[in-house]
Design a protein around this ligand. Structure first.
Ligand SMILES: [Zn+2]
Length: 104
């Protein structure tokens, strides 16, 4: 999986296709991500001290990483991510469209 928290991604398939958002959390084990404003599901919230009313709230549910594409910060296009090895065995991700390194 080549997505990280803070990446901007575009949903490319499913119900949320075309929606763009920021990765809130990358879940490596399940190869999925939580994206801000994407894949919202209604959840029943029990009343707590903070939220005395309880009721139904909307929360992001994880979406499979294969359903989203990273949006390159340089060229602004949804792109596949390549990985390049730098000196000292450091790995960086790069945009396959414009070649720009994503991790600075
Ligand atoms: Zn690019």
């Amino acid at each position: 999986m080549r997505l990280k928290t803070g990446d901007t991604v575009l949903v490319i398939s499913g119900k949320w296709k075309g929606k763009k958002g920021k990765v809130i959390k990358a879940l490596r084990q399940s190869e999925s991500v939580l994206v801000e404003g994407v894949n919202l599901v209604k959840k029943h919230q029990k009343p707590t001290q903070k939220l005395q009313q309880g009721g139904i709230i909307e929360r992001e549910a994880p979406i499979r990483a294969c359903k989203v594409m990273l949006v390159c910060g340089n060229c602004g296009k949804p792109t596949r991510v390549g990985v390049r090895l730098l000196e000292g065995a450091k790995k960086v991700r790069f945009c396959k469209k414009c070649g720009e390194v994503i991790d600075k």
